[in-house]
Design a protein around this ligand. Structure first.
Ligand SMILES: Cc1ncc(COP(=O)(O)O)c(C=O)c1O
Length: 391
């Protein structure tokens, strides 16, 4: 890792202290260039013509994602965001009355809302697994709760509200033993740590482009393991996901393209491939090490600020840090930091209601670092926070 070079390739670092990488990271120059170049071609030769010209580049996006996950390109679908990716898999599973959906306290709001809706519609039940002393999903309890009614294990790898990294691989082993589908929400882990789907044992994985992958907004992808693709009927179909073969017949695409739709943000998809390559060039292990180091340094700095409580859980913690302060609420702190050109996010209890209620969490400030951030920025951040709390 060469922070100077990485920052020289990240124009935003000249303007802001960006600790909102779990919201949307600053893109590196090659990602920006790929989008602008593509948009210029659209404006110059036409949208459909530019897409035809970029077919090879677009294919490389599938290849890059497949390389990152260690899967086949036919197992990857490009969609608009992580939620749509997750939904296309989840709503495509054939839930029935009596089925059990196992999930955990760190579930993301959109996913859990979908679980509740399916439970209402079908009579399936949603069982929230207990967590261990580190806040991680308790894999012993998971194993003991497995039975023939379990129709899905859904796990959020890294929650939106803290540094916790759930033991996805251990969950995947239980799912594999029981031959139950395992849907991993890797929205906050993609780009931050290696995601080898075979080792993780997930059947399906959803992710977004704009967060730790540093890709464009409005991009995301879904991985579905080959054996499962034809067992999941997409909740929505169009002429890209299926072919109209006779006036009263259609055939659903046999590979993961069935989860996509025809009209899409091609500039973003091309640039997403560039972003994935950029992350792979840095090395996902190296990124994870650096993020953990920077976040550890940040948590140490925050622990020294009077009135501040850090709320992160986990024995392994990633680049996300959340905290609250006695002196001011999270929105006021975020606004004060923004006035000082420091970017953070607010994580409300409604994003992670199960965890927030269990721990009686208030609105939290989320400060999420990435490998192009520096120790000097961590110091500046802590200084800026002190000044906001004093103001
Ligand atoms: C854990 C988690 N899952 C899913 C999502 C949804 O991602 P998207 O906004 O790309 O749909 C988020 C967004 O913050 C998230 O933090």
């Amino acid at each position: 890792m060469h922070p100077d070079r990485l920052r020289a390739e990240t124009p935003g670092t000249d303007h802001v202290l960006h600790f909102n990488n779990a919201g949307a990271a600053l893109p590196p120059q090659p990602v920006l260039d790929a989008q602008i170049t593509y948009l210029e071609r659209e404006a110059t030769i036409g949208g459909y013509e530019a897409a035809a010209e970029a077919e090879g580049q677009l294919h490389r996006t599938y290849e890059s994602i497949a390389r990152m996950l260690g899967c086949d390109t036919d197992e990857v679908a490009l969609v608009e965001n992580a939620t749509r990716a997750w939904d296309m898999a989840f709503y495509g599973l054939p839930f029935d009355s009596g089925d059990r959906i196992l999930t955990s306290a760190s579930a993301y709001a959109s996913n859990h809302i979908a679980c509740l809706q399916v439970a209402e519609r079908t009579g399936a039940t949603v069982d929230v697994l207990p967590h261990d002393e580190h806040g991680r999903v308790d894999t012993g309890a998971l194993r003991s709760r497995m039975d023939d009614d379990v129709a899905l294990i859904a796990l959020t790898h890294v929650p939106t509200n803290g540094g916790l990294v759930n033991p996805a691989q251990e969950v995947g082993a239980v799912a594999d033993d029981a031959d139950v589908p395992f849907l991993l929400d890797a929205c906050q882990s993609a780009g931050q740590m290696p995601l080898p789907v075979d080792e993780l044992g997930c059947t399906m994985l959803s992710a977004t482009g704009r967060k730790y992958l540093r890709g464009p907004r409005g991009t995301g992808f879904l991985y579905v393991q080959d054996d499962w693709i034809e067992r999941i009927e997409p909740p929505l179909l169009d002429l890209h996901a299926a072919t109209w073969t006779a006036p009263d017949a259609y055939e659903i695409h046999p590979d993961a393209r069935r989860f996509e739709n025809w009209e899409s943000h091609v500039a973003g998809q091309v640039a997403l491939g560039v972003a994935v390559d950029y992350a792979l060039d840095q090395g996902l292990d190296a990124i994870f090490d650096r993020n953990r180091h920077l976040a550890r340094t940040l948590r140490t700095g925050l622990a020294d600020v009077a009135g501040v409580t850090v709320h992160d859980q986990g024995d392994v913690r990633c680049g996300i840090t959340t905290f609250s302060a006695e002196q001011k609420d999270a929105s006021t702190i975020q606004a004060g930091l923004r006035e000082r050109d420091v970017n953070t996010a607010v994580s409300p209890p409604s994003s992670t209601r199960l965890d927030a209620e269990a721990r009686a969490l208030p609105e939290l400030v989320r400060a999420s670092v990435h490998y192009y951030n520096t120790e000097a920025e961590v110091d500046r951040f802590v200084g800026a926070l002190r000044s906001v709390l004093r103001a």
